[in-house]
Design a protein around this ligand. Sequence first.
Ligand SMILES: [Fe+2]
Ligand SMILES: [Fe+2]
Length: 280
Amino acid sequence: MRGFDLSRYLRASRKLDLGGIDFDRVPDYPLTRAEVRCLTYMMDVESHTVIYLRDLLGTRAAYDPEITAFLSLWVYEEFWHGEALAQFLRAAGQRFTADRTYAIRAAADGGGTMVRAAKRLASRFEPNFVAVHMTWGAVNELSTLSGYQQVVAGTRHPVLVELLTRIIKDERRHYAFYYNQSRQRLDGSARGQRLVKWALTNFWTPVGSGVRPQEETDFVIGHLFGGDAGDSAVRAMENELSKLPGLGGMRIMTRARNRALRRSPVAMHPRFTHVAASIG
Ligand SMILES: [Fe+2]
Ligand SMILES: [Fe+2]
C-alpha cells in the first residue's frame, strides 16, 4: 500500500458517477432474494455513515485537520453510495417505507449515549485512541470493499456489476486513507500498537453490527464470505492488515466469520438457496 495523497483525494472527490448506468434495465436480469437482502443491508450501512461520523467527531480525531478534511468528503461519497444502492433496489422492484432510515437510526441508538461518552473520555486521556479509530476505519473499509467484490463475483446481473465496480473504486480510496493514517500512527509506537490490538480484538464487530439486527449481519457474512472463496477473501484481508505495525496475527475477521456461520447455518450454502428474506 503506497502513501495516501490527501490533497489529490480532496481535489478528485465527487459524487458517485452514475452516467451510463441504465437503471431501466435492472428488472431485465436475474437478482436473487439473497442478493437483495445483502444489498439492502449495504444500503442501510452506507446511509448510516453520517451517524458513525457524529460519533467519530466526538473524539480527539476531530482536532486533526487532515482527518476532518478527509471525513468531510468521505461522508458525502458514502451518502451517494447509499442513494445509488437504493435507486438500484427500487429499480429491481423493492419498496422501502418512508421512515426506514429514521427507524433504523432510532433503533440503533439504544445505549449509544453511554458508548459515545466512554469513547470521548477515553480519547481525551489517551492520544493513541485516534489510531484505534483509524485502524477500525481501515478494517471496515477493507471488509466493505471485499464484500462488494464478493457480490460482483457471485452475481449474474450486469448493471449491478457496473454499479458496484464504481463504488469499489471509492472504497479503495477510503481504505487507503485509513490504512495510511493507521500505519503512520502505529509506526514506532509500542503503546499505540498494544492499544489498537487490544481494542480491535475485544470490541470490533463487522460493519453494520448494531445498525441492523444480528441475523442480518450473519446472513450477509454467510452469503458473501461463507464459502471457500469467502474464506480466501477473509484470509487475504487479514494478511493485508497484518502488515500494519504491531498487528501481525490478528484474526478478528476469521473469528467474526466463524461466529456468524455458527449462528446462521442456513447461510452455509448461500449461493444456492433463495432464502426467503424479510425485507422491510
Ligand atoms: Fe461506501
Ligand atoms: Fe467507504
